[in-house]
Design a protein around this ligand. Structure first.
Ligand code: BG6
Length: 320
């Protein structure tokens, strides 16, 4: 039931704080991330020297965020592979490989086949899934469920947020088991606990602002999204969402790629969303993104920044 919402998608967007909170619940004990489903399965994380995360669509963008989290905290190299590419070549995998699959439904055929393929070749398998008892978790050695609740809309929203949450938890869990956590893990764990409330705050405070922006952009033919670090996969997801929902052409880029070609697309009036990472995370990455903004504004782009509250507004939503 849509329960008063205009669409299931709008309802599911609004359910994000709950989805994120439910995914975290029971998985933080004191200062530690301990995922109870992975109890007794330490060998999945200790006897490996690489991780491959495989998924399709939105879940593959969550996977790219997962790469940052796992490499940061578990200090093991991570590759992200689209499931439909992975299983049609001859990847180098074996019992030293952990293949993590991500699927909201747990039934996407390409992802399922990638998991089966990995198992047949002796890899360890772990799935991140939103649907209890689905096929992909049944075919995996271990499962970490996202608890986003049923996602009815075809375009994934709250499941994506829950997948990223689960991957951050997995990175911290793996790092603890492998003994590789650095001091930033403590802060990250505390930030995770505060996340549902922050998501609720953004939804409460920004929804009207975003609708205004949508009105302003309704006639646009093409929109670009730029990001660095974890902002890069989020830019890709932003572009996918816009294409899928509005039929407006959209492309996501790593901001550093701008000068290697895409800058040619920046004409006066071109709307560009830029995901600005917090300077608290990395002053260097932050300043690089700010200089990208300067470059594209110099070419007349209409820049919409997505940034942390309280950051100096290097630019604001343009008015007509
Ligand atoms: C696509 C959906 O068809 O399948 C996407 O439109 C989704 O939203 C993708 O991300 C993968 O689905 P799943 O269930 O494996 O996460």
């Amino acid at each position: 039931e849509k329960g008063g919402w205009s669409s299931f998608m709008a309802k599911e967007v609004a359910e994000q704080p709950e989805a994120v909170a439910n995914t975290i619940r029971g998985r933080i004990q004191g200062d530690d991330v301990i995922i109870p489903e992975l109890d007794g399965l330490d060998e999945l994380f200790t006897g490996i020297n690489r991780v491959i995360i495989t998924a399709c669509g939105t879940a593959s963008y969550a996977a790219l965020v997962g790469k940052y989290a796992i490499e940061q905290w578990a200090r093991v190299p991570v590759d992200v592979e689209l499931a439909h590419e992975f299983r049609y070549r001859d990847p180098v995998i074996g019992d030293d490989t952990l293949v993590v699959s991500i699927s909201q439904s747990g039934e996407t055929m390409d992802t399922l086949m990638a998991v089966k393929y990995a198992r047949e070749r002796g890899a360890k398998t772990l799935s991140i899934c939103n649907t209890q008892g689905a096929t992909i978790p049944r075919e995996s050695d271990a499962v970490v469920y996202t608890h986003a609740g049923p996602e009815v809309a075809v375009a994934s929203t709250k499941a994506f947020s829950a997948q990223i949450t689960a991957l951050l938890l997995l990175g911290l869990h793996m790092g603890r088991v492998r003994g590789t956590l650095a001091s930033d893990a403590l802060e990250a764990t505390a930030e995770l606990q505060a996340l549902p409330e922050k998501v609720a705050q953004v939804l409460a405070e920004e929804t009207e602002h975003v609708s205004q922006l949508a009105g302003w952009m309704a006639d646009t033919r093409s929109v670009l999204f730029l990001g660095r670090h974890v902002g890069y996969p989020i830019a890709l997801e932003g572009a996918l969402k816009l294409k899928e929902i509005s039929y407006i052409h959209a492309e996501g880029f790593a901001a550093g790629e701008l000068k290697h070609g895409p800058i040619a697309l920046i004409e006066p009036g071109q709307p560009v969303f830029v995901l600005v990472p917090s300077p608290r995370h990395s002053a260097l990455i932050h300043s690089k993104v700010v200089s990208n903004i300067q470059e594209i504004r110099a070419r007349g782009a209409r820049v919409i920044v997505v940034a942390e509250e309280g950051m100096p507004p290097c630019c604001r939503m343009p008015t007509r």
